[in-house]
Design a binder for this molecule. Structure first.
Ligand code: CMC
Length: 428
């Protein structure tokens, strides 16, 4: 094994350098503190691998995303979401029989405990659906006690299936609750995406026919969002899970992290920004704002911590957006006009080229989801729904690794030195 040597003060330490299947080598610093008495410092984890994983690979410079080795383009073109779930969870694409069994199991777990409906009614109608998701997914641990023992392999398996199966039901309930319509129960004869569309848009008083083009587009959106290696919410799930917390609680933590505008909340923020820009002739003004060091404004849907090239998901998403708009007969969408103009200007602008800021997946997903009829407040909920399988697969990988330990970062302390307590009258 290759090694690297580091000198800290008068101490010299030889560190193993590990080589993965693909990607940069990793210097193993796990014995760094024991060997040198010093910590390493890397806020934002820009240079730190937090775990070993076999699930997802990203080459940000080349714009490559692989799930278990398969390029995202091929999975999005030829596969379906539940097949992707199987792949992420178990490492291989399913055979016909395995797929049939997996789809059957997910479909048979889509209903939620009826008591959950009363839990929902405790919320204000104008509650953000992400707030409802954080709470209701966390609350699953109070409803499904028979799948919270993480030391029991069977319970872990049931929890994984339950989570993937119930997320669309909870997400649709959060939406229905916000618009004051009755909850629609899952229908077992529909595929995963169609079932979700039905639960969101059907009403009990008339028939609703799922548009297959929209359902295929939504399924593709789910595939694109299914996993993204050690991003903020996945790392949150792993950290929460490292303490032994039950999987429902861990996924609720992931949802909370995803909510932020620098992460999953960017699709909502991107659409709001396009609306604020309003018309293509305003684009240059907003690009100038984004470049202004004294203005905190950023182009939402642009830039990525890892991708320093076009986000491969954004390319597929752009095609899906056009398919959905064509199917719905939306020819002149002002938001799309603004988006196209913004993309063109930003891609040619020196600032964006130099900083390698390209459109990310959130740039186009908002336009597509809006055209399908989802309100902006639901965008991040759909992201959470799709990412649940990635979170669960990463959590499963961690729990099944016998060497896993509680995540516990250290710090560079810069606060007050040790000092003595002074009585209140004697404080200056
Ligand atoms: N608009 C204008 N300037 C930007 C943008 C942007 N969207 N993103 C980064 N920059 C600039 C930033 O000001 C900085 O400039 P300088 O070096 O002069 O200080 C430089 O580019 C590097 O930015 P950073 O914030 O240090 O980069 P990061 O890797 O920490 O942040 C990011 C990545 C995604 C948080 C950031 O690009 C951003 O805030 N983008 C907008 C929000 C967004 O679209 N997020 C969705 C991410 S994709 C979906 C997901 O994975 O959740």
């Amino acid at each position: 094994m290759a090694t690297g040597t580091i000198q800290v003060g008068d101490k010299s330490l030889e560190l193993p350098v590990r080589t993965g299947t693909i990607g940069p080598d990793v210097v193993d610093i796990s014995k760094f503190y024991a060997g040198t008495g010093a910590f390493t410092y890397d806020p934002g984890f820009t240079s730190t691998a937090s775990c070993e994983s076999k699930i997802t690979y990203i080459d940000g410079d080349e714009g490559i995303l692989l799930y278990r080795g398969y390029p995202i383009e091929q999975l999005a073109e030829h596969g379906d979401f539940l097949e992707t779930c199987y792949l992420l969870l178990y490492g291989e694409l399913p055979t016909n029989a395995q797929k049939e069994e997996f789809d059957y199991n997910v479909t048979r777990h889509t209903m939620v405990h009826d008591q959950m409906t009363r839990f929902f009614t405790g919320f204000r109608r104008d509650a953000h659906p992400m707030a409802i998701m954080v709470a209701s997914v966390g609350a699953l641990s109070a409803f499904y006690h028979d799948s919270t023992d993480i030391s029991d392999e069977h319970q872990r398996l049931i929890a994984q299936i339950r989570m993937i199966a119930k997320m669309p039901t909870l997400a649709a309930m959060a939406y229905k609750y916000s618009i004051g319509q009755p909850f629609v129960y899952p229908k077992n004869d529909l595929d995963y995406a169609s079932n979700f569309l039905n639960m969101c848009f059907a009403v009990p008083c008339e028939d609703y026919k799922v548009n297959p083009v929209l359902s295929r587009a939504l399924d593709r959106i789910f595939i694109l969002h299914a996993d993204h290696e050690q991003n903020a919410s996945t790392s949150t799930v792993r950290l929460a899970g490292s303490s032994g917390a039950n999987p429902f609680a861990c996924i609720a933590a992931g949802i909370a992290c995803l909510w932020g505008p620098a992460h999953g909340g960017a699709n909502e923020a991107a659409l709001k920004m396009l609306g604020e820009i309003g018309t293509p002739d305003n684009v240059a003004k907003y690009v100038a704002k984004a470049k202004d060091k004294n203005d905190p404004f950023r182009l939402m849907g642009f830039g990525h911590r890892v991708y320093k090239n076009y986000d491969p998901r954004a390319k597929i998403m752009q095609k899906t957006t056009h398919e959905v708009l064509a199917e719905l007969g939306i020819k002149d969408d002002p938001l799309l006009d603004v988006a196209m103009e913004l993309e063109q200007i930003a891609l040619k602008d020196e600032y964006f080229i130099e900083k390698k800021l390209y459109p990310n997946i959130d740039f186009y997903s908002g336009i597509t989801l809006k055209a399908m009829g989802f309100p902006t407040s639901m965008f991040t909920v759909l992201f959470a729904l799709a990412r649940t399988v990635g979170w669960i697969a990463q959590w499963k990988e961690m729990i099944e690794d016998p060497s896993h330990k509680i995540g516990r970062p250290r710090q560079l302390y810069v606060g007050a030195d040790k000092r003595d307590y002074a009585n209140i009258g004697q404080r200056g």
